[in-house]
Design a binder for this molecule. Structure first.
Ligand SMILES: N[C@@H](CCC(=O)N[C@@H](CS)C(=O)NCC(=O)O)C(=O)O
Length: 218
C-alpha cells in the first residue's frame, strides 16, 4: 500500500466516497485507491479489514487511518495546505465549513429518496415527502454562496473547494432525477459536472461492472 490510500465504495453509488476522492484528486497528490463493491455478501468483511467504523470511505496515510468523509477532507486540507481546499478568507471558510457540515448531517429525505446513481436516468422519481424542502434548501445555499463568495469563479467560493466536493453528489442526483433548477443553481451544477475531476469520477462510475438493483429499480 502506498503512503496515501483511499478505500472507497462503488463510484456509481457511494456518495460519501465521492467527496473525499474529489478533495484528494484536487490536491494533485499521488495516491492509490481500493474500491469495495457495496451491498454484497462479502462487503462488511472487506470494509472491516480497513475501517474501524465498518463504513467507507477510509484514508490510510502510512500507519494512520482516518475515517468519515468530512474528517478525511479536513485531514487532507491540513496535509496539503497549498491545495486551498478551504477558502482563504476566514468568513468564507467559516461559511464553507457550515454548509459542508449541514450537508454531512442533513438532507435525509433527499439522500433516502434520491440515492446517488450517476449513470442512471430516473426523471420524476424520488419525489417523496421532504424532498422538495431539501432541494429548496440546497439551492438556497448554492445561490447564497455564489452571490456572496463566488466572485469571478464558477464554484460556491470561487475556486473549487471542499464545499463543492461535499455537494458534488447532490449535483449528480439532480442530474439523475432531472430536478428543475433556477438559473444560478443550473450554472453551478453544470460547472461542477464539467470540472475535470468530477467528470473523471462520473466516467469511472459509468464504466463500473457492479449494479445495485435496489437503487436501479426505484
Ligand atoms: N458518515 C459517514 C457515512 C459513511 C457511509 O455511510 N458509507 C456507506 C457507503 S456510501 C457504507 O460504508 N456502507 C457500507 C455498509 O453499510 O455496509 C461518512 O461521512 O463517511
Amino acid at each position: 500500500m502506498s503512503a496515501l490510500t483511499l478505500i472507497l465504495g462503488n463510484k456509481n453509488y457511494s456518495s460519501w466516497s465521492m467527496r473525499p476522492w474529489l478533495a484528494l484528486a484536487q490536491t494533485g497528490a499521488a495516491y492509490e485507491e481500493i474500491v469495495i463493491p457495496l451491498d454484497r455478501p462479502e462487503t462488511a468483511a472487506s470494509i472491516a479489514a480497513y475501517s474501524p467504523s465498518g463504513k467507507v470511505p477510509v484514508l490510510r496515510d502510512g500507519e494512520l487511518t482516518v475515517w468519515d468523509s468530512l474528517a478525511i477532507i479536513e485531514y487532507l486540507a491540513e496535509r496539503f495546505p497549498e491545495a486551498g481546499l478551504w477558502p482563504a478568507a476566514a468568513d468564507a471558510r467559516a461559511i464553507a465549513r457550515s454548509v459542508s457540515a449541514e450537508m454531512h448531517a442533513g438532507f435525509q429525505a433527499l439522500r433516502t429518496h434520491m440515492p446517488m446513481n450517476i449513470r442512471a436516468a430516473l426523471p420524476g422519481r424520488g419525489r417523496a415527502e421532504g424532498v422538495e424542502a431539501d432541494i429548496a434548501r440546497v439551492t438556497a445555499i448554492w445561490r447564497d454562496c455564489r452571490s456572496r463568495f463566488g466572485g469571478d469563479g464558477a464554484f460556491l467560493f470561487g475556486a473549487f473547494s471542499a464545499a463543492d466536493a461535499m455537494f458534488a453528489p447532490v449535483v449528480t442526483r439532480f442530474q439523475t432525477f432531472a430536478v428543475d433548477l433556477d438559473p444560478v443553481s443550473r450554472a453551478y451544477a453544470d460547472a461542477v459536472l464539467n470540472w475535470p475531476i468530477v467528470a473523471a469520477w462520473c466516467k469511472a462510475a459509468a464504466d463500473e461492472p457492479w449494479s445495485q438493483a435496489r437503487y436501479d429499480d426505484l
